[in-house]
Design a protein around this ligand. Structure first.
Ligand SMILES: Cc1ncc(COP(=O)(O)O)c(C=O)c1O
Length: 378
């Protein structure tokens, strides 16, 4: 099956009793056993659920992986991956990661003995230099939240293979419609399904896709033992969202490019980051490894913090909101919202300034999005 067909079909089985083309939501906590020691494949929803299983099979197929494990949120998916390691283990991470991932690493997991080093992974040499004998995984976010930095996955994947460590990729911004990290040597592909995969601002969810059965078993064990599972209804909503992923990502990418070109040419814009623009420092890498460039843009206005604030407070069509990757265009202020917990010094060192504005370009008519940004920047 080709990608577009998989989005609609993979893993989805019509209801066995009625033939309903849309699978039912198996909204049940438990299952009646046939007799002691014999069930029909399911015994308790924390361990497994038919709706969740359909979603997991669908996501594995989309990524070109073997198996997937769904979690209650993107962060619980990251947490599950990190539970593969032992106290004293070291992880090399992209420096510009989502603020919540940074908070999880620094404020929770480091208390249990995991150690993290943050590097600008757009330079694979820096990744290699940061690897020590204790390093177990390189954690890459590409494109990054919020600066849209792009990492050369082929180069980093090769380093990880040479050093015999895992390569984990947070592919939330790209989705398998635009990027398939397994093609470049990734071992684990993680998603916040809250974003583009569900696509409609309705649920919080996460998933990890792997190609290795051993990793799958360990992640599945964490899913059951820790219990951060998504509800059957939420899994169903992601499945319904995924059906339109290919066409939504094409439209997000078209609109993203149109809005990025508008912003780049606007006299009040000081700098802009969008992987599809020739001015983006990793544009060539993005061209090589991504099928299109998506809907995420970040930019800074010449008037700095007050100008950025005025823009965000003046939008009428676009919504000032946390989150991204849905059909509605949303603007976000990373410094006070998504990345508020990254220490200011670290934020500024990475280029995440107080004046930075992040836009998740939706699938509305691009002229309406641009008209709104124009009036908000006046
Ligand atoms: C790149 C990235 N990874 C992970 C997450 C965490 O996902 P969730 O909010 O579903 O826990 C987010 C949330 O914004 C994100 O942007």
């Amino acid at each position: 099956m080709r990608f577009e067909t998989k989005t609609v079909r993979a893993g989805i089985v019509p209801d066995p009793t009625t033939g309903a083309i849309v699978p039912p939501i198996y909204q049940t906590a438990t299952y009646v056993l046939e007799k002691v020691g014999r069930n029909r494949g399911f015994d308790y929803t924390r361990a497994s659920n038919p709706t969740r299983q359909m979603l997991e099979e669908n996501l594995a197929a989309l990524e070109g992986g073997r198996r997937a494990v769904a979690y209650a949120s993107g962060l619980s998916a990251v947490d599950a991956i990190l539970r593969l390691f032992e106290p004293g283990d070291h992880i090399v991470s992209t420096d510009d990661v989502y603020g919540g991932v940074y908070r999880l690493f620094e404020r929770i997991l480091s208390r249990y003995g995991l150690r993290f080093t943050y590097v600008d992974s757009t330079d694979p040499k820096k990744v290699e230099r940061a690897i020590t004998k204790k390093t177990r995984m390189v954690w890459i976010e590409t494109p990054t939240n919020p600066l849209l930095k792009v990492t050369d996955l082929e180069a980093v994947g090769a380093i990880c293979r040479r050093k015999r460590i895992l390569c984990g990729v947070d592919s939330t911004f790209a989705t398998p419609a635009l990027l398939r990290p397994f093609e470049f040597g990734a071992d684990l592909v993680m998603h916040s399904t809250t974003k583009y995969l569900s696509g409609h601002n309705q649920i919080i969810g996460g998933a990890v896709v792997v190609n290795d059965d051993g990793l799958f078993e360990r992640l599945k064990f964490v899913q059951k033992a820790v219990g951060a599972v998504p509800s059957p209804f939420d899994c169903w909503l992601v499945l319904m969202g995924v059906k339109t992923l290919a066409i939504r990502m094409a439209r997000h990418s078209e609109n993203g490019m149109t809005v990025a070109r508008f912003l780049e040419a606007h006299p009040k814009v000081k700098r802009i980051s969008y992987p599809g623009l020739e001015s983006h420092p990793q544009h060539q890498v993005a061209r090589r490894q991504m099928r299109a460039f998506g809907g995420m843009i970040s930019f800074e206005l010449k008037g700095g913090i007050p100008a950025g604030r005025k823009l965000m407070n003046s939008v009428r069509l676009c919504s000032l909101a946390e989150s991204l990757g849905a059909v509605e265009t949303m603007v976000t202020h990373p410094a006070t919202m998504t990345h508020a917990e990254v220490p200011k010094r670290d934020r500024l060192a990475r280029g995440l300034t107080d004046g930075l504005v992040r836009v998740s370009v939706g699938i509305e008519h691009p002229d309406d999005i641009i008209d709104d940004l124009k009036q908000a920047m006046r």
